[in-house]
Design a protein around this ligand. Structure first.
Ligand code: FE2
Length: 249
């Protein structure tokens, strides 16, 4: 990325130019990144079994020896595979992988991944395509607000395809489980209708390091350096927008 046009943008990186909804929230998963030790096998499985085309396969900018591949669910949603030279092939059930949609796994690790289709007919057709590729499928199962099939991906991935939408929270938030989670009635109201901070007048400064807050881990000493950089420096120096293959007319 070339430097931005104006001095203020250079100092701060991009700035908000238009109106932003007060109830701003993420509206989908742009990409879920999954580690792999066999890019070709994963891309092939996702193409042949699930029908997802490969849309990108290129070096991960700034990460030595690491490349990533993106398969498309929709133009707004992808699954990315990341092949780092130090990725481990060791699957530890209950630690690194859950093994099934009901298995235990380390907190923060993926339990299972559910992919969306629009209709029950499409779900059944997907089940048949998966089975036609030799992969065993459990289901469909009707969960009320969605219907699901379950199966395994490569490298121990626990996968689901489901259809359904618009969960009615009045029916599906169980008071017994809510209490078990230590959530009070008032806290539950705030969870159902988030009470958001008012937007600031301008860019918000990077908060100081706080060990009580979650931290990224780039390695010893690196986090401090990266978090101390201005947004302008990060935008100018970490951005890489040139595709690996130039388009020919
Ligand atoms: Fe699920």
């Amino acid at each position: 990325m070339t430097t931005t046009e104006s001095a203020p943008q250079h100092a701060t990186g991009p700035t908000i130019q238009g109106d932003v909804r007060l109830d701003l929230r993420p509206i989908g998963v742009n990409h879920l990144a999954i580690a792999t030790t066999d890019m070709k096998a994963q891309l092939t499985y996702w193409a042949e079994v699930l029908g997802c085309p490969t849309k990108a396969l290129y070096w991960m900018h700034g990460i030595k020896g690491t490349f990533h591949g993106f398969v498309e669910l929709s133009p707004e949603s992808y699954v990315a595979f990341v092949q780092h030279p130090k990725n481990s092939p060791d699957i530890q059930l209950g630690v690194s992988h859950a093994g099934s949609a009901g298995g235990p796994v380390t907190g923060g690790a993926m339990q299972h991944l559910a992919l969306h289709v629009d209709t029950l007919d499409e779900l059944l057709a997907m089940r048949d395509r998966i089975r036609a590729n030799g992969v065993q499928v459990m289901g469909p199962i009707d969960h009320g607000f969605c219907q699901s099939i379950y199966f395994a991906g490569l490298e121990g991935l626990s996968l689901e395809v489901c259809c359904g939408r618009a969960i009615d929270e009045r029916q599906w938030i169980d008071p017994e489980v809510t209490e078990l989670c230590g959530i009070s009635a008032d806290e539950l109201e705030a969870l159902k209708a988030p009470r958001l901070r008012e937007p600031s007048d301008g860019p918000v400064a990077q908060p100081p390091f706080d060990p009580a807050q979650p931290q990224m881990d780039f390695g010893p000493g690196i986090n401090e350096l990266l978090m101390a950089r201005s947004d302008g420096d990060t935008w100018d120096n970490a951005s890489e927008t040139t595709p690996p293959v130039p388009l020919r007319e």
